[in-house]
Design a protein around this ligand. Sequence first.
Ligand code: HEM
Ligand SMILES: *[C@@H]1O[C@H](CO)[C@@H](O)[C@H](O)[C@H]1NC(C)=O
Ligand SMILES: CC(=O)N[C@H]1CO[C@H](CO)[C@@H](O)[C@@H]1O
Length: 325
Amino acid sequence: MARSSLLLLAAAAVLLLCQFPHLANARLSQNYYANICPNVETIVWDAVTAKVKQTPVSIPATLRLFFHDCMVEGCDASVMIASTPNNKAEKDHPINLSLAGDGFDTVIKAKAAVDAVPECRNKVSCADILAIATRDVIKMAGGPWYDVELGRLDGLRSTAASVNGRLPGPDSNVDQLTSLLAANGLSQFDMVALSGAHTVGLVHCKLFANRLYDRVDPTMNPNLAAQLKKLCPKNVDPNIAVALDPSTPFKFDNQYFKNLQQGMGLLTSDQVLYTDDRSRRIVNALAQNATSFDKYFTYAMTKLGRVGVKTGSNGNIRRDCAVFN
Ligand code: HEM
Ligand SMILES: *[C@@H]1O[C@H](CO)[C@@H](O)[C@H](O)[C@H]1NC(C)=O
Ligand SMILES: CC(=O)N[C@H]1CO[C@H](CO)[C@@H](O)[C@@H]1O
């Protein structure tokens, strides 16, 4: 190839990376801490095990926290930052109101365990601890194991304003879900597979009440609707929440997709994956084959974990996950 066309190619690659920063992710690796803190994964596993034993809701809380972190400014623990009088942080955006405190606490406890080991102290990022803890809670709920990629730094910014328009909502349709995840380099297939995370965890009644009252959403299974009306009467306490997967609420499996086939998705954003025939084909494939769900879910989680990774001067290792150094 002529030198000029090589140069052109290089320039095109640089342009591409500037436009799609999530593609610049070559720096993560599975053995990143091998010479820095070789037992980091065991230390985190043990701390997360203890936390989950104490408060089992830490499982869904941690999993959802990772998703919200990665979708806004990348997987850089920016979601962990506490607001100060001068800065309203990501976690104080209204959509975060429902991020369960136990997800934050899981990371803080694991970080403390890592920092208690002298050679590891202040050497492992909060972003990586969240990524490891997320992989661990999936396994603890009976889900698949995967090798987690590491080497993220913690971000230097966290604002509530940055959350606007980045996260899907309970009433999103397939076009909205697809485009929000595509903004982070995730395909429609990835989006459907990742939604399988709703096989565990809770959802507040008010987020699907619009499907129960006035007119029952025709895409909702009538038996489920009747059951939910009992659990979530009109004007119910806004703190009441029910299982996202009514069939196997504590088990990480592909039941979520089987539920959708029965009209048993709780949120509009769940059930539309089956109503819309573009995503229905994917739902059916993942419902039919549990091995295939494990494979595509872990693949998509790995891809999610590469979003907006900070390296070099774009980040650092926070001493306290909730406060910038
Ligand atoms: C694709 C679009 C998605 C939408 C619209 C969505 C929306 C929601 C909503 C509205 C809730 C209930 C919040 C509440 O009532 O407190 C929720 C819960 C949850 N979401 Fe998602 N989510 C999506 C994708 C994901 C992904 C990709 C993951 C993880 C990989 C995830 C993990 C969870 C978990 C585990 C819970 C339960 C949290 C808990 O019990 O503390 N979600 N989601
Ligand atoms: C299920 O999916 C796995 C992995 O994608 C594949 O190897 C296997 O053949 C599938 N099984 C069936 C019964 O289709
Ligand atoms: C867990 C957490 O920090 N949630 C916050 C999310 O945002 C609201 C404000 O919109 C705060 O009140 C919550 O404390």
